[in-house]
Write a protein of this length. Structure first.
Length: 305
């Protein structure tokens, strides 16, 4: 059961990912209530998005239209409706270019924020732009690189409040595939990485990216011959992959200030590897930044209407 909001919200913030839906009832920048469900983009057809949203917010709605500001995979090609990609360099958000899906309930005024793109090399991001906007709302003078680790890690160059460009590494997805579907599943499985093993392997791969492909099968052999534990194997696999990523991304973090934004456990691995490699790296929990970015978008939209 969800508890009703005593006072109706001015607007509703929505973070709609592949697996989760999170909503906040907002008055200005104040959170009145928040809820979530497992009805992410990946489990819905286009016709299912409005009912899934109403399941969480219907009792927040009165008899007038309420702006709904949404980010994330809800705007993907396989989402509710495809939102455009804005080409970089650009500001992280432009709510005036949000996409408006058709809705049956007239109380919903849904705005799906656009993602970002670049042509050379080809790349796109969707959802992270709102975290970036939330970070810049709190750190308007930041100059440097943002690292947003996850299934796909985004390295984003920031200057003068603009996203200059970015680069995506599929490191998290590659780790998941190797640890759960390759022969390494017999050694690693779902074990949590041992930090000492991680740092040793990341240092090796950060200076020699060839260590990553060359060092994969020895993890299985070491488990059979040398008693390598699952945690040590997970640490070495993470270190080899993230270290190789750091080697390829060196121009993005060398001699630049780097802020790592993401889930604490994964961000700590990147922070440890970057610091060990000599980077000026700082870690920040990304949980609150999505809401800060959505709030900035709502404020900009209000000023223009």
């Amino acid at each position: 059961m969800v508890s009703p909001v005593v006072t109706g919200p001015d607007w509703i913030a929505v973070d709609w990912g592949t697996t989760r839906l999170r909503v906040w009832a907002m008055q200005g920048s104040e959170v009145l209530d928040n809820r979530s469900s497992d009805k992410g983009m990946g489990s819905l057809t286009p016709e299912g998005f409005e009912p899934a949203l109403l399941e969480l917010v219907a009792d927040w709605l009165g008899d007038r239209p309420v702006p709904v500001i949404a980010c994330g995979m809800v705007g993907a090609r396989t989402g509710w409706v495809e939102a455009e990609y804005r080409p970089t360099p650009c500001t992280p958000l432009d709510p005036l270019r949000a996409t408006r899906p058709l809705v049956a309930d007239p109380r919903l005024q849904v705005h799906i924020l656009p993602g970002l793109s670049q042509i050379d090399p080809p790349d796109v991001l969707r959802g992270e732009e709102t975290q970036i906007a939330g970070f810049l709302a709190r750190n308007p003078d930041f100059e440097g690189t943002l690292c947003l680790p996850g299934t796909h890690c985004k390295w984003v160059r920031i200057a003068s409040g603009m996203v200059e460009g970015f680069h995506t590494f599929m490191t998290g997805e590659v780790y998941a595939l190797l640890s759960r579907q390759s022969v390494l599943r017999l050694t690693i499985g779902d074990a949590r990485p041992d930090m000492d093993s991680f740092l040793e392997a990341s240092a090796q791969a950060a200076t020699n990216a060839d260590m990553a492909p060359a060092g994969l099968f020895p993890l299985r052999a070491a488990a059979l011959l040398n008693g390598l534990t699952a945690e040590q194997g997970a640490g070495r696999l993470s270190g080899l992959l993230i270290g190789s990523e750091l080697a390829a991304a060196r121009p993005l973090w060398s001699d630049r200030r780097v802020v790592i934004i993401g889930a604490p456990e994964l961000s700590a691995l990147y922070a440890g590897a970057l610091t060990q490699a000599g980077a000026d790296a700082h870690q920040m929990d990304g949980g609150e930044l999505v809401l800060a970015g959505l709030t900035a978008a709502a404020s900009a939209l209000t000023r223009t209407t």
